[in-house]
Design a protein around this ligand. Structure first.
Ligand SMILES: Nc1ncnc2c1ncn2[C@@H]1O[C@H](COP(=O)(O)OP(=O)(O)OP(=O)(O)O)[C@@H](O)[C@H]1O
Length: 252
């Protein structure tokens, strides 16, 4: 039986804009499981990023509860939530947000030092992660403006994983990359998932979505359906067909 990592009960999120209330997430009951590569798809405006932000404690729900790593985080204060996020969640965004005045390695260490003061252990873990994503020691010493977009996103993944998060949350991680570098980033994420890292990724892109084993389809703030794709196997045409058929059924 799969271990539940995160559970929501009647999760709802509304925004008030110009006096009108917009209900973006509507009573979502969802379970996320350890070791899964969960993908959230849906049309623009369906609420995908809002859901990702709520699940990861980057935003708070309007109503409902979120239980993550055995703790009900939905009632946490912003400060407590910030500490929880650092310790339990990793993030990879379309825009990478590496800090310009710091080397690539220092960007990763500064994220690590917020949780773990043991610099030697952090250096060791960072070194191992950089090796796994194919970033050399020379590149680790460079500044963000001196590296390519693909290298920056792979460094972003190292930063996201430095604190050994229960879940790595990714919001369109290949959205700003060209086809080849995007593929490298997807291969990197897939490899970490194969090693047991749980992932939740929002994407519009079928090539990215194919990497997941569980695809959730969000429409107008509700999960309309889900598809079990099984573990990723490179070049499997059935996988693409299964995903296409599911998305067609969902009205994508
Ligand atoms: N902070 C906010 N304040 C007001 N409205 C918001 C806020 N964040 C999101 N929304 C609204 O919620 C809706 C869903 O936005 P969200 O970014 O979650 O959609 P999405 O499915 O991720 O879309 P896309 O694929 O275009 O990124 C949109 O109508 C958006 O305008």
């Amino acid at each position: 039986m799969k271990e539940i990592l995160l559970k929501t009960d009647s999760l709802s999120k509304s925004f008030s804009t110009g006096g009108a209330l917009q209900h973006v997430l509507k009573n979502i009951d969802l379970k996320l499981y350890k070791g899964d590569f969960t993908v959230i798809m849906g049309a623009s405006g369906a609420g995908k990023s809002t859901l990702l932000y709520a699940l990861s404690g980057m935003d708070t729900p309007t109503l409902g509860t979120i239980t993550f790593a055995g703790k009900e985080i939905s009632g946490y204060s912003p400060d407590r939530l910030a500490v929880f996020r650092r310790e339990h969640c990793g993030f990879v965004f379309q825009q990478i947000y590496l800090i310009d005045g710091m080397s690539v390695m220092d960007n990763v260490l500064s994220a690590g030092l917020l949780v773990n003061k043991n610099k030697k252990a952090l250096l060791e873990r960072a070194g191992k992660l950089f090796q796994e994503v194919g970033i050399s020691e020379e590149t680790q010493k460079k500044f963000p403006t001196q590296i390519s977009g693909g290298e920056a996103q792979r460094a972003g993944i190292v930063r996201g994983l430095i604190n050994n998060p229960e879940i790595l949350f990714a919001d369109e991680p290949t959205g700003a990359l060209n086809s080849k570098t995007g593929l490298d980033v997807l291969d990197t994420l897939t490899r970490f998932n194969e090693q047991g890292q749980s992932l939740v990724m929002v994407t519009h892109d079928m090539r990215s979505a194919r990497r997941g084993n569980r695809i959730l389809y969000l429409k107008d703030g509700v999960i309309l359906g889900e598809c079990d794709l099984g573990r990723y196997v490179s070049g499997d045409p059935n996988r693409h067909q299964k995903l296409s058929a599911f998305l067609e059924e969902m009205g994508w």
